[in-house]
Design a protein around this ligand. Structure first.
Ligand code: AHR
Length: 323
């Protein structure tokens, strides 16, 4: 079974398998994809799904891994423009600094689709953006914590994503909105873990040390599951029980966080589908073949999962999807 079919089944979304998803409208089109890198399990899955979606549709995908550097992304986009590709997908590592290169693509008549992260640039410079509502993701995580702790005092440590990236900015904002008005829930420390497992662990070790071993920490809010998994390790190394002594809430819904839920070490995650390419290719198909201009923002779902949601089943459904 292809990764796309498995993903659709995992999400229980039959619509992903609609005829549009299998149309051959992009057959033979050359599409450049500037990917950020491979900082997280989610990112690896997005890359796999995009390559599979391209293969299923007969797209000649030119893939460029920017290794977390915006300058590499800009270079790759300029390379795609020079090659005269039919369209460009870009997952922008940070939100600022895109106007010039997006203008160059527009002047060359090449539509650009943003994947999973936003940019601070005029909207007319890109065809559409396929992403989650990242403020909502933070809000869903914060609402879960507020309702879980009730009136109890809860000191939260926050592991932020990459500095200057739209998910780091927006997930922080959403979480803060959710806890505002609940004086018993406060963020006592907040630092970037760059969306990686190793930095999540390192930063959590620092938080635990700074907080006298961690006894006063009620919860860790991580902007992605990989950092949460790193934090879980740090909590265990400090002799505390993640999921019990310190609650763990994060975003992505990768298989490893469900494994942690099965072990009683994680409490909640907000799902981010790695299939950004499906809606992006559908939009490009309609645009390149019929001139249909898509919605400017195509928003994916943000579903909350907790240990009550069959974490073993969710793990089984997701493993093998490229995470
Ligand atoms: O932009 C999406 C975020 O980037 C994912 O939540 C994170 O895991 C990734 O690296």
């Amino acid at each position: 079974m292809s990764i796309i079919r498995k993903l659709a089944l995992a999400a229980g979304v039959g619509a992903l398998l609609s005829s549009a998803a299998w149309a051959d409208g992009l057959q033979g089109k050359v599409i450049g994809f500037s990917q950020i890198g491979s900082e997280s399990g989610w990112r690896a899955a997005e890359t796999s799904v995009t390559k599979q979606q391209a293969a299923d549709r007969g797209v000649d995908l030119k893939f460029a891994d920017a290794q977390q550097k915006q300058e590499n992304q800009i270079k790759a986009i300029r390379g795609f423009i020079a090659q005269g590709v039919d369209a460009i997908l870009v997952a922008p590592v940070v939100s600022t600094g895109w106007e010039e290169v997006l203008t160059e693509a527009q002047e060359a008549g090449i539509p650009v689709v943003l994947l999973d992260r936003g940019v601070d640039a005029p909207q007319e410079l890109y065809l559409t953006s396929v992403a989650s509502d990242q403020v909502k993701e933070g809000r869903v995580a914060g609402d879960w914590l507020v309702s879980t702790v009730g009136d109890k005092e809860c000191k939260v440590v926050e592991l932020q994503g990459t500095v200057g990236s739209s998910p780091a900015i927006n997930r922080k904002q959403g979480f803060e909105e959710a806890i505002a008005g609940h004086a018993n829930v406060t963020i006592i420390r907040s630092q970037t873990g760059d969306f990686t497992r190793s930095k999540g662990k390192e930063v959590m070790e620092g938080f635990l040390k700074a907080e006298g071993g961690g006894a006063g920490i009620c919860a860790v809010y991580a902007h992605n599951d990989d950092m949460a998994v790193g934090a879980i390790q740090a909590i265990k190394d400090a002799g505390l029980k993640p999921g019990t002594d310190i609650l763990v809430v994060s975003i992505d819904a990768v298989p490893d966080i469900f494994a942690a839920m099965v072990a009683g070490e994680a409490n909640a995650t907000v799902e981010l589908t790695p299939d950004m390419a499906g809606p992006a290719f559908d939009a490009l198909d309609a645009y390149l073949n019929g001139g249909t201009v898509p919605e400017k923002f195509i928003i994916t779902e943000s579903k909350l999962y907790t240990p009550a949601d069959d974490p073993q089943g969710e793990y089984d459904r997701r493993k093998g999807l490229g995470y």
